[in-house]
Design a protein around this ligand. Sequence first.
Ligand code: IDP
Ligand code: MG
Length: 160
Amino acid sequence: AVPRGIVASAEVEQTYIMIKPDGVQRGLVGEIISRFEKKGFLLKGLKLYQCSKDLAQEHYKDLKDKPFFPRVVDYITSGPVVCMAWEGDGVVASARKLIGATNPLQAEPGTIRGDLAVRTGRNVVHGSDSPDNGKREIALWFKEGELSQWESVQIPWLIE
Ligand code: IDP
Ligand code: MG
């Protein structure tokens, strides 16, 4: 197979999922990755990464006028994050459901934030909020060639 780089084929939906520095520090990396794996989405990219302030500001640019913006940037740059690209039909909305509400105290039990966190400012994981933002964020966090093009042997057992 030919590596597709950061350019996904138009018909395949991808989302950017990121384990935030608190998730890494608390030893939740395996737990969080396994939720997406077990659901049946396809992992296309994965790395541990210490991001710059510029990248954090660009990632959260829609929040730049919020009073908590500087704190979010400090939070995301406070240690390494785990960057992931996941693929599958409906993956953007489904991943948001697996992640749960922004405020972990309001997130349903069974969701990542509902099970594993207690504060909005330490809510362990990010997920893109639209397919367009999925594309934008994957292109922002991954370089050309960092995504893998591969076929999971599980596909015939996941999709009829
Ligand atoms: P989301 O992560 O559920 O999409 P957004 O509203 O996009 O939520 O906010 C991005 C991130 O900014 C949140 O996940 C959280 O870490 C942080 N954040 C949002 N609102 C607040 C707040 O009121 N206080 C502190 N941090 C916040
Ligand atoms: Mg958001």
